[in-house]
Design a protein around this ligand. Structure first.
Ligand SMILES: [Zn+2]
Ligand SMILES: [Zn+2]
Length: 352
């Protein structure tokens, strides 16, 4: 038997359940979960917001898609992974046969299953990952960093596509995704990195991750402050939205430099009202939407940054909990008093 955090009913909250350890199918990998991180989408599942019904096909399910662990069993047809390997989960499980999959875009598969959404996830002692979404990670990456490779991937791509070298960069929202966007901007040689948030604690973490300037957007004059800071470089060259706040995105077009790039990661269903002439055409603005990680290119790149020590995710891991403490963990994650909140199941077994 194993413990698992489950969504059992269409209402707020999760339950800690006991259920049998899943059996591996032919193409599955079973891992003993050693670290799993709470993502913004898990908070939506916790609260059971209207969005969830668009994503989740049936209850109950086990949430948690950012996870890493050690392989304890593999299916008959699994070839690339063996018992004892260290593995992290990719959320986007591709079908392998659709147009997107056949054109080197498995991360935007048309028949995508989502680990921790449409498939059971990793907030449990054991998790079943289809081989197509199981990533063997280097031994030297500890599990608690390994589970962050998934959320590192999107901000990594944002910085890559934003082409930030020598640029002025604004990162909207200093949650975990924004924090990684700041850290990667620094690694990729951005000159000015401005972190925006309403939460002072998160702004102080952003400083550690490499932000050169921090602005609390509760302040009335923050738009002027951004313009003043980037006056000498003609405005903000690269904006990365990790807030999912349509109002903040709309405002951001006012400080995007002509010829600038606006990378949108934060998800929202709110409409974004733009003036095509002023905001896009005359600005020659490039608006880039990113969804998921390139499989496995993005993983290879972020793994290298971890193994070389170029990136240190430790400042943004603010809390670690056992599965038993799930209520507290979600309360803290929802309050914004933490940044990345981790579950460490099987805490007392073996090394990290
Ligand atoms: Zn996530
Ligand atoms: Zn596909």
């Amino acid at each position: 038997m194993m413990k698992a955090i489950m969504k059992t009913q269409e209402k707020e909250g999760f339950e800690l359940c006991e259920l049998p350890v899943p059996k591996v199918g032919k193409k599955d990998v079973l891992i003993k979960v050693r670290a799993a991180a709470i993502c913004g989408s898990d908070l939506k599942f916790y609260k059971w917001l209207p969005w969830c019904k668009k994503v989740i096909r049936s209850l109950p399910f086990i949430p948690g898609h950012e996870c890493a662990g050690e392989v304890t069993a593999v299916g008959k047809e699994v070839q690339g992974i063996k018992v004892g390997d260290k593995v992290a989960a990719e959320t986007h499980v591709p079908c392998g046969v659709c147009w997107q999959c056949r054109h080197h875009r498995p991360h935007t598969c048309e028949n995508m299953e989502l680990f921790g959404h449409t498939l059971n996830g990793g907030f449990a002692e054991f998790a079943l990952i289809p081989e197509a979404a199981a990533r063997r990670i280097p031994q030297e990456i500890p599990f608690d960093y390994g589970c962050l490779l998934e959320p590192m991937g999107i901000p990594f791509r944002a910085v890559e596509r934003g082409d930030v070298k020598g640029e002025s960069v604004v990162v909207i929202g200093c949650g975990p995704i924004g924090q990684f966007a700041i850290a990667f901007s620094k690694i990729f040689g951005a000159e000015t990195i401005i972190g925006l948030d309403v939460n002072e604690k998160r702004l102080s973490i952003a400083k550690k991750m490499g932000a050169t300037h921090l602005i609390n957007v509760k302040k009335k004059m923050f738009l002027q402050e951004i313009k003043l800071l980037t006056k000498d470089c003609g405005g903000v060259g690269v904006i990365i939205d990790a807030s999912g706040d349509a109002q903040a995105m709309k405002e951001a077009f006012s400080y995007l430099r002509v010829g600038g790039r606006f990378v949108i990661l934060g998800q929202t269903d709110e409409p974004l009202a733009l003036n095509p002439s002023m905001d896009i055409i005359f600005k020659e603005a490039q608006i880039i939407g990113l969804f998921g990680r390139e499989i496995w290119d993005t993983w290879e790149k972020t793994e290298k940054l971890l193994t070389s020590g170029a990136i240190d995710p430790s400042p943004l891991i603010t809390h670690r909990f056992s599965l038993n403490e799930h209520e507290r963990a979600f309360r803290i994650a929802l309050s914004g008093e933490g940044c990345k909140v981790l579950f460490i199941p099987n805490r007392n077994s073996g090394i990290m």
